[in-house]
Design a protein. Structure first.
Length: 181
């Protein structure tokens, strides 16, 4: 169940993250799942208190959260220009899901054994979350989750590890959990 008006500001990194009841390493709680959308509601130094869609909150290492891109401002106040078309990615997700469904049907009908099913589905990765007009799609070709409202596509989270070398104008980042290295 999603809290009314919940709009994520960040997602949990791809490896998940530890969480605490308070900004105190001695009070751990349930860890957060990878790519979980959260709303950062408070900061205390490196600590960040996040709110989950179901209303649960916890303290995390705020430096490790991945920011969700916000809608870009438009020059004239009108609707944003169209960017990447979500339809090709939707078609790829549909093909991958149909292939997986066909493999399940063959397995259920006895046309495949467990090993054949594993071989046929090895490497298949599909992810789709639909919530009204909002859709999150896993783009396996580029190793990223993208968000679309039907008109534009933007990267939401990525599988890629951070680059070791900083880009010009950006400081290098070191990820350290609040309870030590």
């Amino acid at each position: 169940m999603t809290s009314p008006g919940f709009r994520p500001t960040h997602v949990v990194p791809g490896h998940g993250m530890s969480a605490w009841e308070a900004p105190d390493p001695a009070r751990p709680t349930v860890p957060l799942d990878a790519f979980l959308p959260v709303q950062l509601v408070e900061r205390r130094g490196d600590w960040g208190r996040v709110l989950c869609a179901n209303g649960w909150s916890a303290w995390v290492d705020g430096r490790s959260l991945v920011a969700v891109p916000q809608d870009p401002p438009t020059a004239d106040g009108g609707p944003p220009a169209r960017t990447a078309d979500p339809r090709p990615l939707l078609a790829r997700a549909e093909r991958a899901l149909n292939g997986y469904r066909a493999s399940v049907e063959d397995l259920a009908a006895g046309g495949l054994d467990g090993e054949g099913f594993r071989a046929r589905t090895r490497g298949v990765r599909v992810g789709v979350v639909v919530d009204g007009e909002s859709v999150w799609l896993y783009d396996a070709e580029h190793g990223r989750w993208v968000y679309t409202d039907g008109t534009r596509l933007s990267t939401y989270a990525t599988d890629a590890e951070p680059r070791a070398k900083a880009e010009p104008g950006h400081a290098p980042t070191q990820v350290v959990t609040p309870d030590g290295p």
